[in-house]
Each structure stands twice: as C-alpha cells, then as structure tokens.
Design a protein around this ligand. Structure first.
Ligand code: G16
Length: 542
C-alpha cells in the first residue's frame, strides 16, 4: 500500500474531526454532507475485502428509505449477500479513524485478515437517484483507485440489481448475465413461463398501480416493462418527475402511517403497491367499497408465497424442509396463521435482512420477510438441484409441471436480497395463477391492529435489547414499565429498539383494537422518553 498516495487522497476526502458513524442495520447512513470520507474509506475497504475473498465486491451508494438529504453506503459480499459481521466492525473502525491513524488502521485490518496485497481486486458500484449520489460514488472510486483496484460503475441501479451483479460476476454468469438487460431477461423469462398457466385476467384484476417513491424504481420499471407481456398492465405514480424521494410516499411511509401515499389515486378494489427509494422493499394495499384502507405488508407477502410454495411442493411430491423467518415487527396474527393454520415453522430474527438471511439459509427453503416489505426466498443448493432435476426428468406429468413451476419461481426470485421488482413479479404471478383479487389475498387472515412510533433521544445506544429485540435490557426499569403497560390491554404486545438507519428509537405496539394499540404505543413512547433520555417535546398521543 502506497502510504503517500493514501495520505494525499485521504486529505481530499478528509474526515471531520471527532465525527463518529457506525455501520448500522444496512451500512452507514447520515446526512450526505457527512459522508465524503466514509465513501472514500469504503472504497479502500472494498478493495481489501475483494483481495481477501478473491472475488468481486459491491459498493452501493444509497440511503434506501431515508429522506432525500441523507445518503449512505453498504458493501456487498461475494455471493451477493450483506457484508460479513467481522468486516462491519472493520468498516466502523476505518470510518472513525482520524486522518493520522488511517494508514495504521488499514495495515491492521490487512494483518488481522491476512489480506494478500498482491491479489487483484474488482469492485462493482451502483447508486440510487439521490442528488448527492454521483459525487459520493466518485469518492468511492477514488478510494478503490488509490489501492489499485479495478472497478465497474453501473451508475443508477436499484440496490437489489447491484446485489445480483455481484453474484453474477462471482458465479461467472451461471446465476445470470451481469448487466441490467441480463437481469430483466432472467426475471421476465421466469415470470412469463410461470404465469403462462394462469387464466386470462378478467375485470382488470391484473392491473397494478405502483407508487415508486420518486426513486430509482420508476426508472427501472420503465426499462423492464418492454420485457414483460402486454397483459401485465403497470401504472406508475410518484415516478420522480415532480415529488421528492420518499416524501409522503414509498413503502416505509405507507407501512408506518398505514395510509395511502400522496400522488396515487385509488379506486375501490384496485391493486396498488409502493416501493421504497432504492426498490428493495414492497408493500401492497387497496381500499374497499366503503373506503377503508387495507395494507398487505411483508407478513402477508410471506404468507402468500408460503401457501403457493407449499402447494407446489405437495403436488411435486417433494419433501424439503421449509420455514418462515420474521422479526419482532411481524403481526401476531401472521405468526399464528403460519404456525397454526399452515403448520409452517416460524423463527424470529433481529431486524436487518442480514439476520433473517442467515437464519433462512438453515433450511431447504427459507422464506424471510420483514413486516416492512423487505424479503425474499432462499433455496439451498441441494433443494435447487432436486427441483431442477425433477423439472427435467420426472415421468409423472403433474409432478413435472409442479417442479417446473418451482424452478421458474427459483429463477424469478432474487436470492441475494429482498428485491421489490422481483417480489412484485412473484406476487403478480401467484395472484394470477390463483385467480385471486387483492381482497381475496388479504382475507387469508386479519391483522391485529398495530402502531409504530419514533422517539428522539440524546443517545439511542442507551437502549440495548435481547430475545431478537423483543425485550429491553437497558436502561434499567424500561422493560418492567413496558410489561406493566402491556398488561392493561387485550392481546397486547410492545417492544422498543434503537434504529440502525435513523437517529431515533422505534416503538411497536399491537392490541385487539386500534384505539388500544395507539394508546399502548403512546404510553411506551413516553416511557422511552422519560427513561432513555428523550429530548424536545414528549411524544404526543396518536
Ligand atoms: C434497512 C434494512 C432493513 C431494516 C430497515 C429498518 O432497510 O435493510 O432490514 O428493516 O433498514 O432498520 P432500522 O429499524 O434499524 O432503522 P432499507 O430499506 O432502509 O435499506
């Protein structure tokens, strides 16, 4: 490593003295003006990770659901997964080194990880549509170049598209062609083959209104549209021509506020969905005839996909282990339905797709979705091989057809990470095959009323949790207070956790009526405010 070059270029991307940022739930996130040095240093780290793994590594510049003035960055590991936890620690360490220590920290990482500096490095880069993205990507490139790494800049892509590129590069094309066209071709082929057997869609039930959160999703859906059949009618709203990214729209807004986004006109029964800013999450919704809003979130998506896969596995006569992974935010009704009605094992992981992804890898088929709409399905290598073999060689036509549909589902799902575009096509294919309206899908089970709130505190790290974030360990007295409050309501549950993407504490509550869920969430927010160093005004009632 060239000490002089690193020192010289680092000064051009100088770290503000004393600024400390952490690799959180999905990488670094902060106001864009704080991130120049982080980007440069993540360029450096990506090169070391690439040398260490002798593989292509991804660097995605995005702050996903955060507001437009924020930005962020995350590294993507060789199989397209989130960065390994030990390297998240290196990332934080490197990000917070003051200028004179930077070289030492780099050397230390190289020694600890036994990085062979003579190895080659190849990095792929992508960014979402934030105004700050281009300049910050250039800082990443500067970091890569100073360590002699090679790179390919994909420019504007969805986060899941970059995850896909990384996997394609490292599997030498067997996962797919590492281009956006390759991505569209792979998904559209699987989608068209899968939905081929669906009855023609009557009454416009195939049409879908999509709120693109004024983000990258709009651009990419317009590109993908030509690869899909004319029978799939998409109508895009919030396509970034007028509105601000994630502002009063997008999957996070719709999920948290449980109401439609601005900029999307809804008529009763119409199927609608929202993506988030970098198109890695999706939620569906509709209004019924009296005008009530119904949300179909990640839990409902997991249930729909589980039902579909379970039916196909039975038809194909395959006995593969199968589980659903959720987080503490999963609605109690969804867990009950999966376990008791569908007889599917359910596991709870900490928030962050990286945690769910690893748990899902323990099964032949692991379906993971966060309630916020972030998720996918993983098929083990053995399961995939069995299904592909059966799709080709099975003599029984019915079984072979079921195996063929499972094979198409494998190809349609982005197995690297939650992907709004891929998830949307999976959902659309299933609804068409089952000839389900969105209301019929919604009727699988009834959600328990729930509420999510945010509380501002001086230092959110005073809250630590256990039991997959369902119980607070610190500050003292907080969990006892939550337990007492919860006891006052029927079918109630509540928890709090520090966000890993925003400077706030998240509060979740559910109960048997909306009024009680709102009340409980508010009372728990007040407990957080008083016991965990709340500032500004105390939280107001919902
Ligand atoms: C990211 C993560 C998700 C997580 C979400 C919220 O989503 O990828 O797994 O659920 O942040 O995390 P937290 O509650 O810690 O702020 P996205 O869509 O912003 O990348």
């Amino acid at each position: 490593m060239d000490f002089e070059a690193i020192t010289k270029y680092s000064k051009l991307h100088a770290k503000p003295l004393g600024l400390s940022l952490h690799y959180g739930t999905a990488g670094f996130r902060s106001k864009a003006e704080n991130l120049n040095h982080i980007m440069f240093r993540m360029g450096l780290l990506a090169v070391l990770r690439s040398k260490k793994t002798k593989s292509t590594i991804g660097v995605m510049v995005t702050a996903s659901h955060n507001p437009e003035e924020d930005n962020g960055v995350k590294l993507i590991d060789p199989s397209g997964e989130m960065l390994a936890p030990a390297w998240e620690e290196h990332a934080t360490f490197l990000a917070n080194a003051e200028e004179p220590q930077l070289y030492c920290v780099l050397t230390d990482i190289c020694q600890r990880e036994a990085v062979d500096l003579q190895s080659e490095a190849f990095i792929v880069i992508g960014r979402d549509t934030r105004p700050s993205g281009k300049e910050l990507s250039q800082s990443v490139i500067d970091g890569i170049s100073v360590l002699g790494g090679q790179y390919q800049d994909y420019g504007l892509v969805t986060t899941p598209q970059l995850h896909y590129m990384v996997r394609c590069h490292n599997t030498h094309g067997s996962y797919g062609t590492p281009t956006v066209e390759g991505y569209y071709q792979k998904l559209s082929k699987a989608f068209l083959e899968l939905s081929m057997q669906a009855a023609p869609q009557r009454d416009g039930r195939g049409a879908l209104k999509i709120d693109c959160a004024n983000g990258i999703g709009a651009l990419k859906l317009k590109e993908m549209e030509q690869y899909l059949s004319e029978s799939f009618v998409m109508c895009l709203a919030n396509d970034g021509m007028k509105g601000k990214l994630n502002h009063m729209c997008g999957a996070d807004f719709v999920k948290v506020h449980q109401k439609p986004p601005v900029g999307l006109e809804m008529n009763p029964g119409e199927k609608c969905c929202s993506l988030d800013g970098d198109a890695d999450r999706i939620v569906y919704y509709y209004i019924d005839a009296p005008g009530h809003f119904h949300l179909l979130d990640g839990d409902k998506i997991a249930t729909l996909i589980s039902t579909f896969l379970k039916e196909l596995l039975i038809k194909a006569g395959q006995t593969l282990s199968f589980a659903v992974i959720q987080t503490a935010y999963a609605n109690g009704s969804s867990t009950g339905y999966l376990e008791q009605t569908m007889k599917v094992p359910v596991h709870c992981a900490k928030t962050g797709v990286k945690h769910l992804h690893h748990k899902a890898q323990e099964f032949d088929i692991g379906i993971y979705f966060e309630a916020n709409g972030h998720g996918t399905v993983l098929f083990s290598k053995a399961a995939e091989d069995k299904i592909r073999y059966q799709a080709k060689e099975e003599k029984d036509i019915r079984k072979r057809e079921a195996a063929k549909m499972l094979e198409n589902t494998i190809d349609l799902i982005n197995q690297t990470v939650g992907d709004a575009l891929s998830d949307m096509l999976v959902i659309e294919a299933i609804l068409a095959l089952k000839n389900f309206t969105i209301a019929q899908w919604d009727a699988l089970y009834m959600d328990l009323p729930n509420r999510q709130l945010k509380v501002k505190v001086t230092d959110r790290r005073v809250i630590t949790t256990t039991d997959a974030e369902r119980r607070a360990i610190t500050p003292p007295g907080l969990q006892e207070e939550i337990d007492q409050l919860t006891q006052k309501f029927k079918l109630a549950r509540a928890f709090v956790r520090p966000s890993g993407t925003e400077d706030i504490v998240r509060v979740y509550a559910e109960a048997d009526s909306q009024e009680d869920a709102d009340k409980l969430a508010h009372e728990v927010s007040l407990a957080v405010y008083h016991l965990a160093g709340g500032f500004e005004e105390p939280p107001k009632a919902v």
